[in-house]
Design a binder for this molecule. Structure first.
Ligand SMILES: CC(=O)N[C@H]1[C@@H](OP(=O)(O)O)O[C@H](CO)[C@@H](O)[C@@H]1O
Ligand SMILES: [Mg+2]
Length: 548
């Protein structure tokens, strides 16, 4: 492998060529599309990752190849910044420009533009680590990425099959090694050890709960969770994996996994859920989780990201109080898709500040950093809790005056380690929920009692050009097409607890319509009316949308 940045090689290495007629965009979750369109994108992402690392004086950058909850034939890629966060937003444009550059001279020109704009020293070192999910297209795409890393002279280290959050964890560990802020051992084993040890401390002395059934969506979460449980004695946590087949083609996310359960509001294929059982589902790259159960009447009940945020905020606020450091400001960050009842619960029952930001984890993450302890979750189950350096310092240095306070301190410390603070993480979030339920000795019903979700509906409307939809107020209001918001408002006003908003998806070629209201029938009616409005007034394509 060359260890220099080789512009002529960049120009001439055209095995992975751009597919004519395809326009790529680094969207909400990086590049994501049909796998066969991604060869050149991977190559260019390799170059970009190397440039980003050089810009940051050789700090290690991560590259994750995954399409998360998308169908198996899709794939995608996203970059991870040195502290394990998503790529800085200002670089997303470079990613898009590179991906759309033609082979040869035009690619070299875009590279040169980035180098000039960012004043990158090409002689600086570059280090990139990468991993992939279980999709059959990954090995080929990994090779394309490696060729981009090679022509850029990056020190490249492949970590093989990993969950997305594991790669984020590894990146942070590498970059913080040897500092006061060291995050852990940068290996899969280090990750398992850190989480399992913290979990054992967090539930010490409490009786174990019943078995938790985990639907892994036939994705990477399955083998990783199977490995993880080896680090925990059975009397601490009992797990049973369902949908753990990563070898049969066509099964990934098929009728199972977190996205399926959340959007269909029903149990996944392969589950035999009965009253009293506890279930959760991961998505295809194990960065999202939702829980669910059936009540004594056999009714399916979802405990989604909003419910997890409420549970976590409640528990952490109480712990902070027990420790005696309630000067720390706890806040919760949501998006417009959060159920209205959850926002009401957080604001009026827990009395915790709530911010609403645009869709996409990067927005939530940055907003959560504004609090001492920031809890953020998308309704679909992607989220985590961030502790500011000052908060961690306070928690780690406070001296206990009573045994009860000491116990609260130990527990809060353990909670900060159970949580993967780099990004939403299904395994870590599962442990956080289990920590809280075990401490309270709660089943899912008790957790669910905090508030009752308003019935809600999410509809996709396909239109000729979704870019005409422009929003404001954290995506809750349309600015364009002109006049549409007023018409939506007129419908909403007719429903008790009615709320509806419309925005273009950042990951699919569709417009999303969200509606909630006091009853199921009113919700469906509202969703129907707003969807038809969008379809009729903004270039609907295909059959008009209709509710079930
Ligand atoms: C309503 C919804 O669930 N939207 C999802 C979806 O974004 P859209 O921009 O709505 O397509 O995919 C994102 C990436 O996974 C996720 O962050 C987001 O929450
Ligand atoms: Mg995911």
């Amino acid at each position: 492998m060359t260890m220099t940045f080789d512009l002529s090689a960049i120009k001439s290495t055209i095995i992975p060529h751009k597919v004519e007629g395809t326009i790529y965009a680094y969207g909400t979750a990086g590049f994501r599309t049909k796998a066969h369109l991604l060869d050149s994108v991977m190559y260019k992402v390799g170059i970009l990752a190397a440039l980003r690392s050089k810009k940051l004086n050789g700090a290690t950058i991560g590259v994750m190849i995954t399409a998360s909850h998308n169908p198996e034939e899709d794939n995608g890629v996203k970059l991870v910044d040195p502290r394990g966060e998503m790529l800085e937003q200002s670089w997303e444009n470079y990613a898009t420009k590179l991906a759309n550059a033609n082979d040869g001279d035009s690619l070299a020109e875009v590279v040169e533009q980035i180098v000039t704009a960012q004043e990158i020293n090409l002689d600086a070192p570059a280090a990139v680590v990468y991993a992939h999910d279980t999709r059959p297209s990954c090995p080929e795409l990994v090779k394309c990425l490696e060729s981009g890393l090679s022509v850029s002279g990056a020190k490249a280290t492949g970590y093989g099959l990993k969950t997305t959050p594991m790669l984020h964890y590894i990146v942070r560990c590498i970059n913080t090694a040897g500092t006061n802020d060291a995050y852990g051992e940068p290996t899969e084993e280090g990750y398992y050890k850190k989480l399992s040890e913290a979990f054992m401390t967090a539930v010490a002395g409490k009786p174990r709960l019943s078995t938790l059934h985990v639907d892994c969506g036939n994705g990477v979460g399955a083998p990783k969770l199977a490995e993880f449980v080896k680090y925990l004695p059975e009397d601490v946590l009992s797990l049973k994996i369902i949908n753990g087949d990563i070898h049969t083609e066509g099964k990934l996310n098929k009728d199972c996994g977190a996205d399926y359960v959340k959007t269909r509001q029903q149990a996944p294929l392969g589950s035999e859920i009965a009253p009293g059982d506890r279930y959760c589902s991961f998505d295809g790259d194990a960065d999202r989780i939702v829980f669910y159960y059936v009540d004594s009447n056999g009714v399916f009940k979802l405990l989604d990201g909003d419910k997890i945020a409420g549970l976590a905020a409640m528990f952490i606020m109480e712990l902070v109080q027990d420790v005696g450091i309630d000067t720390l400001k706890v806040g919760v960050v949501q998006t417009a898709y959060a159920n209205g009842s959850s926002t009401n619960y957080l604001t009026n029952v827990l009395k915790v500040p709530v911010s609403c930001v645009p869709t996409g984890v990067k927005h939530l993450h940055h907003e959560a950093e504004k609090y001492d302890i920031g809890v953020y979750f998308e309704a679909n189950g992607h989220g985590t809790v961030l502790f500011s350096p000052e908060a961690l310092n306070t928690i780690n240095t406070i001296e206990a005056k009573t045994p009860a306070q000491q116990q609260a301190i130990n527990q809060l410390k353990a909670v900060t380690d159970v949580i993967n603070q780099t990004v939403g993480d299904a395994i870590s979030d599962m442990l956080l929920v289990e920590t809280i339920l075990t401490n309270r000795q709660w089943g899912p019903e008790e957790w669910d009692q905090a508030y009752t979700d308003l019935p809600n509906r999410l509809v996709k409307v396909v239109v000729a050009d979704r870019t005409i939809f422009k929003t404001t107020n954290a995506e809750r209001e349309l600015v364009e097409p002109e006049g549409l918001q007023e018409q939506i408002n007129e419908h909403v006003a007719k429903y008790s607890h009615g709320r509806s908003f419309v925005r273009a998806s950042g990951t699919e070629d569709a417009v999303r319509v969200y509606a909630e209201a006091a009853t199921r029938s009113e919700t469906d009616e509202l969703a129907n009316k707003v969807s038809l409005l969008v379809y009729n007034q903004a270039g609907g394509v295909g059959k008009p949308p209709m509710m079930p």
